[in-house]
Design a protein. Structure first.
Lengths: 292, 347, 239
């Protein structure tokens, strides 16, 4: 198959994972105007939890569910007991706080499970799919990745658009003080918002690990890609996160394919700085304030 | 007029310079004496010199100017690789010249990053510099014909001159580190007292007001970044001399975060704080190791505990000082002023 | 229904309210009048739980409101309409109404009532019905106040706290809002605590009124008496 098409397809599959992490960042940014720099580390942690459950039960899907639940709980706890206290302070404090959480998680996880690189199972084959005599660059696992992330996006859309809790969460994000005066329990919803975001991040962690392997800093570069994707999409827009993730996924796939895989991270940095210089408000937001 | 006052009247640079020389001599003697007791501590002290240089640069940028950088570890890598490459070609070049070359190369790189950074705020700047920290090691691996990939480049050890051949290697290394460290601190302390320092702080407090007062905000921010990057470059060079190596594994994201931890521990924004913070950063793993040996904890706990504890420090510092250390100080001052006014009103 | 005693509030060393006493009956409109900076808005915010008092007591139906979160106070049946209406600009009119968490009912069947509440608001304010699915930022100032009052209606509040509803509105909307407030008060047995700088329009619908100045109560009596007391008008309101 044409090399360019192969790179495009693998870029789309990888981009879906970046979209999931970008969505996690966007959800938290919308709710609390904080970029959660611990998002990658939290996803790494939940993936280790999944691995422990998979090893104990010999069932991938139990591990999968455990990771999502762990993400939900971890995010809610982080908001309730840490982030809550810096939400109204200067933005620098929130950034340093999430970095603190990052360091704690990347320190504690290897204390429990060791720092060595571990393999992580995939629920479907990660080999290229064969249709008749031709191979398609996308594996069954890639297709699962694309389908799962699209499903998550759709579920989020339905949740925020059409449910009462989703409406209350949007109200809390737009105008927390007014929402309080309408009887909305803003604090609980912020915790839930962080929980849902971290659940989304946990999905990204599960999808990264089979190909990139699992070790305490395995999500560091994914966090940069997800952040770049979120900024490209405007940091405020879930749809932007999806499109941004796909764009970054393909761009990095071309960079990796034509220039060398080790340049992907620095490539993401160049793209990030390029976006921030040329169109700082991102693609999907028209009048966002970037200098906050 | 006492001698000290007479010196002070000649300008702060001279005062700071004299203090710097005194400091070098005093600490130099202490190091020599200490070496007969514990050579390892002396070796660690040379690590303190370069961590302190980088932390001093970061505290000027983050504490004084309000720009957060998570990429100073990567800037140190630029300095370290410059040192390694220069020494590969000119094996016996004077360390002072090598360090100046490292400073210049890193400063040029910092202009690029700083120009981008000056347009970014808060989480955007943090994200971009995070990208630098995560991405730069990959460059060394990709172009391994120049940078030798994961192995990295070796740096020849510093040897003491023949006249001082009795001086142990680690003492000489610490002495060599003391000089650039003292020079850095003297120059930075002096700079912070000039108009540039005031402009840095003014921008941190209120960008719009600073611009209205005629401060060229972007230009000043780039200057702060380049200055800070130059410090990181010097630190990287010294680090290469100390560890005899420039390799991607020496500059992980956690190095940048450790530098941040040093200035958070030191109180975000003061130069002496950067020194205390660096001492903690370098020696904390040893203390924790000793503690662990006593408690018989497994080795993976011992290895990871310092990092996790720095994370705890970040969180505690932010929860205890929700308005920053500066804000906390301001509130304290305002509170005391208020009490004084109230007392005056009663009288 | 609402009893406030010896309420004292300070903002960063400045005393905003100093020993306020206030009793709001089960029904009727109580107007709080006073010049700018008298502490009127602070009084409402303190009752709604947005501002913590330094001293004093606030009780609603005999239960203290001190230390109760704003969102919990709403659920007890006190609804506040902040200055400017406080509509959520990014949400539609319909969503602004649906997001309201109504007061807890004693009996069963809570949900259907909320739904019909929205329909009632649409009947009461036809301009809102026409813009039901438009974003709230496209509403005029008068429509925003209608939406804000409508939200209070959906919340099934027993006590309505209105902060300067006439601020920045054209005279015909001021009259419409005031008449609607009066109507709600009579038809639904709602008690209203109305803060206004526009004393004449407030007194035209109020049953009793209190006059605040510099955080202290200057006068509290029946609205009609206060309207006739020329001396007080000149001294504290300047007209």
């Amino acid at each position: 198959m044409n090399y360019f098409i192969v790179l495009t397809l693998t870029g789309i599959a990888a981009g879906m994972i970046y979209s999931a992490l970008a969505l996690a960042l966007v959800l938290i940014w919308r709710a609390t105007r904080i970029v959660n720099f611990a998002q990658g580390a939290m996803a790494m942690t939940t993936t280790y939890i999944a691995l422990a459950v998979i090893r104990a039960t010999d069932n991938y899907w139990l591990g999968f569910v455990a990771a999502l639940l762990a993400g939900l709980v971890l995010g809610a706890i982080a908001e309730r007991f840490l982030v809550r206290w810096v939400e109204t302070g200067p933005p620098l404090n929130a950034v340093i706080l999430t970095l603190g959480l990052f360091l704690i998680l990347e320190g504690v996880v290897p204390m429990i499970w060791g720092a060595q690189i571990q393999s992580f199972p995939a629920p479907f084959s990660i080999a290229a799919t064969q249709v008749g005599d031709t191979f398609i660059a996308l594996s069954h696992f890639n297709l699962f990745t694309i389908g799962l992330v699209l499903l998550v996006m759709l579920a989020m859309l339905v949740f925020f658009r059409f449910t009462a809790i989703g409406l209350q969460m949007r109200a809390s994000a737009f105008a927390p003080d007014i929402a309080r005066l309408l009887g909305v329990r803003v604090g609980r919803l912020l915790s839930l918002g962080w929980g849902i975001a971290s659940l989304t991040g946990a999905i990204a962690g599960l999808l990264v690990a089979p190909t990139l392997l699992l070790y305490p800093s395995n999500m560091d570069s994914i966090l940069v890609y997800g952040f770049t994707a979120a900024v490209l999409g405007g940091l405020d827009s879930p749809v932007g996160a999806l499109v941004g993730g796909l764009a970054i996924g393909m761009a990095l796939s071309y960079i990796g394919g034509y220039l060398g895989g080790d340049l992907e991270s620095i490539g993401a940095l160049v793209i990030l700085i390029g976006i921030l210089m040329v169109r700082p408000q991102g693609i999907f937001v028209h009048s966002a304030e970037r200098r906050a | 007029m006492t001698v000290l006052e007479r010196i002070q009247s000649r300008g702060t640079l001279l005062t700071h310079g004299l203090l710097g020389v005194l400091f070098i001599v005093a600490v130099g003697v202490v190091i020599w004496l200490l070496d007969s007791v514990n050579g390892f501590i002396v070796y660690q002290l040379s690590s303190v010199t370069y961590i302190a240089i980088a932390a001093a640069g970061l505290t000027v940028l983050t504490g004084q100017n309000g720009q957060l950088s998570l990429g100073h570890g990567a800037l140190m890598a630029i300095g370290a690789y410059t040192t390694a490459l220069v020494l590969k070609t000119f094996t016996d070049l004077n360390p002072a010249i090598v360090m100046v070359a490292s400073i210049l190369v890193t400063a040029v790189a910092s202009i690029v990053v700083g120009a981008a950074a000056a347009r970014l705020r808060g989480p955007y700047l943090a994200g971009a510099t995070l990208g630098l920290a995560v991405g730069l090691p990959g460059v060394a691996i990709r172009f391994s014909s120049v940078f030798h990939g994961d192995q990295g480049l070796t740096v020849p050890a510093l040897s003491s001159p023949d006249a001082l051949s009795d001086v142990p290697a680690e003492v000489w290394l610490a002495w060599v580190g003391l000089i650039p460290a003292a020079v850095t601190f003297v120059l930075l302390a002096n700079l912070l007292k000039t108009r540039y320092g005031r402009d840095f702080r003014a921008i941190r407090e209120d960008e719009v007001a600073s611009a209205l007062h005629g401060i060229r905000v972007s230009r000043t921010q780039v200057i702060a970044f380049v200055l800070s990057g130059a410090c990181a470059g010097l630190a990287g060079s010294l680090m290469a001399y100390t560890s005899n190596l420039a390799a991607p594994g020496s500059f992980p994201l956690t190095l940048s975060l450790q530098l941040l931890a040093a200035i958070v521990i030191g109180g975000l924004g003061t130069l002496p704080g950067a020194v205390w913070g660096s001492l903690v950063i370098v020696f904390a793993p040893d203390w924790i190791g000793t503690l662990n040996d006593a408690m018989k904890l497994p080795s993976n706990v011992r290895d990871e505990l310092p990092l996790a504890l720095f994370g705890v420090v970040f969180i505690v510092a932010m929860l205890a000082f929700p308005y920053g250390i500066q804000g906390g100080l301001r509130r304290l001052i305002a509170w005391r002023a208020g009490r004084r006014r109230a007392a005056a009103a009663q009288a | 229904m609402l009893e406030v005693e010896d309420l004292r509030v300070t903002y960063g060393g400045v005393t905003a309210l100093d020993g306020i006493k206030l009793s709001v009956p089960d029904k009727g409109i109580t107007a709080v009048l006073g010049p700018n900076g008298a502490g009127k808005s602070t009084l409402l915010k303190t009752i709604a739980g947005l501002v913590k008092p330094d001293a004093g007591r606030i009780s609603f139906r005999g239960a203290s409101l001190l230390g109760v979160a704003p969102e919990a106070i709403v659920r007890r049946g006190i609804s506040m309409v902040p200055e400017g209406g406080g509509v959520i600009r990014e949400l539609t009119v319909d969503e602004n109404l649906r997001v309201v968490q109504p007061k807890k009912r004693q009996g069963p069947d809570g949900k259907s009532a909320g739904k019909s509440g929205i329909d009632e608001v649409m009947e009461l304010f036809p301009p809102l019905a026409a813009r039901r699915h438009n974003a709230a930022h496209s509403l005029s100032g008068g429509e925003r106040q209608m939406l804000a009052v409508g939200r209070a209606l959906v919340s099934r509040a027993d006590l309505l706290l209105l902060d300067e509803p006439s601020l920045g509105l054209a005279p015909k909307f001021v009259t419409l809002i005031m008449q609607t407030v009066r109507k709600l008060c009579v038809e639904r047995n709602i008690s209203v605590l109305l803060v206004e700088q526009n004393a004449r329009s407030a007194l035209s619908i109020a049953d009793q009124a209190m006059l605040l100045s510099a955080g202290r109560t200057i006068a509290a009596r029946a609205a009609g008496d206060l309207a006739k007391n020329e001396e007080l008008w000149h001294a504290y309101l300047g007209y």
